[in-house]
Design a protein around this ligand. Structure first.
Ligand SMILES: Cc1cc2nc3c(=O)[nH]c(=O)nc-3n(C[C@H](O)[C@H](O)[C@H](O)COP(=O)(O)OP(=O)(O)OC[C@H]3O[C@@H](n4cnc5c(N)ncnc54)[C@H](O)[C@@H]3O)c2cc1C
Length: 171
């Protein structure tokens, strides 16, 4: 197997895969891995994981039915190499689709939407949930929970703002 990307996701995937497949090769574009030291140590301690840095994957190879390998360029000397693998896991990260928000809502430097513990964004009355937020872990159960939080937060916000309007009307 090949794992493309040497960040936390890539090294975690390599460690998981190494327990169930014959061999795993990690290909990292940069000259060093970005994964946490503890993950790197674990991966390097596993005999069936190889890590290649400065490796730009250039092509996925197949026989028309299945993956047979990939080609990668050694960024230090431009040499092209071929790696024969039965499967490829691409773990090079995801960017949240928030460009369309422009400056209307505060975003982190990764483009995620920061939310408070009720799911509210920097704009009162605007709520966000799921992977697009600055939640630490991008997992289905966490996205679902944050959806429930944001719904309750929005409900609470509406109840309170309509109560405030009624009070203003009475005054
Ligand atoms: C390869 C892969 C494997 C994964 N495996 C697991 C796993 O095993 N277990 C696990 O728990 N999690 C896994 N995840 C993470 C999980 O998929 C996410 O945490 C979860 O889908 C987040 O849900 P979400 O609703 O926040 O976002 P998404 O599921 O990404 O849904 C967002 C939706 O919004 C739509 N959208 C985007 N922009 C706009 C717009 N401007 N207007 C309208 N709609 C828009 C998108 O088309 C999409 O349908 C995996 C993710 C990936 C990529």
């Amino acid at each position: 197997m090949a794992v493309i990307g040497g960040g936390n996701s890539g090294i975690e995937a390599a460690i998981d895969l190494a327990g169930i497949v014959e061999h795993v090769t990690v290909l990292e574009f940069a000259d060093t891995l970005r994964a946490d030291e503890v993950l790197q140590r674990k991966a390097r301690s596993m005999a069936n994981i190889d890590i290649i840095s400065s490796a730009m994957t250039t092509e996925v190879l197949g026989d028309g039915n299945r993956v047979t390998g990939l080609t990668w360029e050694d960024r230090t000397n431009g040499q092209l190499n071929q790696l024969n693998v039965a499967g490829i896991f691409v773990q090079i990260g995801l960017m949240p689709n928030t460009e369309w928000l422009g400056d209307s809502i505060a975003l982190t430097d990764r483009g995620e939407i920061p939310v408070d513990n009720r799911g509210q964004t920097s704009v009162p009355g605007v709520f966000a949930a799921g992977d697009v937020t600055d939640a630490a872990y991008k997992q289905i159960i966490i996205a679902m929970g944050s959806g429930a939080t944001a719904s309750l937060g929005a409900f609470d916000h509406l109840i309170r703002s309509s109560a405030d309007q009624e009070l203003e009307a009475v005054a």
